[in-house]
Design a protein around this ligand. Structure first.
Ligand SMILES: Nc1ncnc2c1ncn2[C@@H]1O[C@H](COP(=O)(O)OP(=O)(O)OP(=O)(O)O)[C@@H](O)[C@H]1O
Ligand SMILES: [Mg+2]
Length: 389
């Protein structure tokens, strides 16, 4: 039977809370509550955490990872801040401290309805994915390492077919090497055939990594293909963000017209730098160049320090002073693991899932894709209600 209403499963051992939540779901419109024991995949799970919340977080995370549930809202009698942090990390979309406030629940339910009705039906993708442009302040700072691993981590979180990785290095792009791929096609195919570009053509050109990340590599050698223009870039990225939830661009150090277009269209621009004088000086020049073309270093442009060492000669404060901007993130130095990943042609989470650098990049991915959730920290007045669109 085809249901047109989205399904909600409520899991709590408290009958009074269950009644209260059922009534709220019922009055939200266009939602139906699944009876206890119904095995149908819920579009939304509202779950009451018990004292064994650590175990429950693991189970909930597994449900989200395997796509056995659409979204999760959590509630608890416990108002511990540790619990709130864990809620954020799990990927739950809302947290209601008890006693629950009906207006908060109904606000979260109407946003849920808005999200599911906006999602494009065929692949279950949202109507508009996020573009994350990664660029280096200098060569060799780790732009490809960050791009490849962000894409791989996001694919693990969101499922196959949801992430694309575009290599914008004009030639000699290294994305295929980092992932042991031998792509049949590259950028040139898109530039040559831009008039034919549609989803079917795009999917045929992309190379699929076993993790589900779809790759568009750059040409392996100069071969006379027409270059990517800003217009080509715009058409390509418009189509890609309709097709994928996340599009990661390895932008190298390029600031040509097509890179500027990609930067303009991105939700996040990650500027990778190191705590070294030449690198910070280049970061400064790059920020200036961007602001000369109207891209001011606002929250969208994020400075990331790679290969961070605690006992560095230059402190974070000095670096911030020198680039006149905040540092958004620091990635720890781990030459052994990053080099071993590159030499094996594997992502960090496939060879060293527990390494601090892998965990750090996973947290970076979470903070970029769940950034609305972090706004909660700025808005503590809302009684611990945690919610992100
Ligand atoms: N966090 C890190 N800790 C230690 N070494 C790192 C780290 N990130 C990257 N590296 C090392 O830096 C080198 C360059 O990395 P990568 O190829 O990703 O940089 P890039 O900026 O893309 O370089 P290019 O300018 O050649 O495209 C590699 O040997 C990699 O192992
Ligand atoms: Mg590179």
């Amino acid at each position: 039977m085809i249901h047109h209403k989205n399904s909600v499963s409520i899991k709590t051992s408290d009958p009074e809370l269950r009644n209260q939540l059922e009534a709220m779901v019922g009055s939200a419109g266009n939602l139906r509550v699944l009876a206890a024991g119904n095995k149908e995949r819920p579009d939304l799970l509202i779950f009451e955490l018990s004292e064994k919340f650590d175990e429950e977080f693991k189970r909930l995370q597994a449900l989200l990872n395997s796509n056995s549930v659409g979204e999760i809202f959590l509630t608890s009698k416990n108002k511990d801040t540790d619990l709130l942090l864990k809620t954020m990390k799990t990927g739950a979309k809302a947290f209601f401290p008890q006693p629950i406030d009906p207006s908060e629940v109904s606000e979260a339910l109407s946003s849920f309805i808005q999200r599911v009705t906006q999602a494009a039906p065929p692949g279950g993708h949202r109507s508009q994915g996020q573009i994350i442009h990664v660029m280096g302040a200098k060569g060799g700072v780790g732009t490809t390492t960050v791009s490849v691993n962000l894409a791989r981590i996001l694919a693990q979180k969101t499922g196959p077919g949801s992430v694309a990785l575009v290599d914008m290095n004009s030639v000699y792009g290294e994305v295929p090497l980092f992932l042991s791929l031998k792509p049949a096609y590259h950028w040139g195919e898109i530039s040559k055939n831009i008039k034919r570009l549609d989803t079917t053509f795009l999917m045929n050109v992309l190379t699929r990594h076993p993790s589900g990340v779809h790759i568009l590599p750059s040409p392996a050698y100069l071969n006379g293909h027409p270059p990517a223009t800003p217009e080509i870039m715009e058409s390509l990225l418009n189509l890609m963000r309709k097709t994928f939830d996340y599009v990661i661009i390895d932008g190298g150090q390029s600031l040509d017209g097509s890179s500027i277009k990609s930067i303009e269209m991105s939700e996040h621009v990650l500027l990778i730098s190191l705590l070294s004088l030449p690198c910070l000086a280049n970061t400064n020049k790059l920020l200036r160049s961007l602001s000369n073309v109207g891209i001011v270093p606002d929250g969208r442009v994020k400075i990331i320090i790679n290969r961070f060492l605690k006992n560095s000669d230059i402190s974070q404060e000095e670096a911030q002073g020198s680039v006149k901007n905040n540092i958004f993130w620091r990635i720890p130095n781990d030459y052994k693991v990053t080099m071993s990943a590159i030499n094996q042609g594997k992502a960090l989470c496939d060879i060293s899932p527990k390494a601090p650098i892998t965990r750090n990049l996973t947290e970076l991915a979470e903070s970029l894709t769940g950034s609305e959730m972090m706004d909660f920290n700025k808005n503590k007045k809302r009684k611990g209600f945690l919610f992100f669109k």
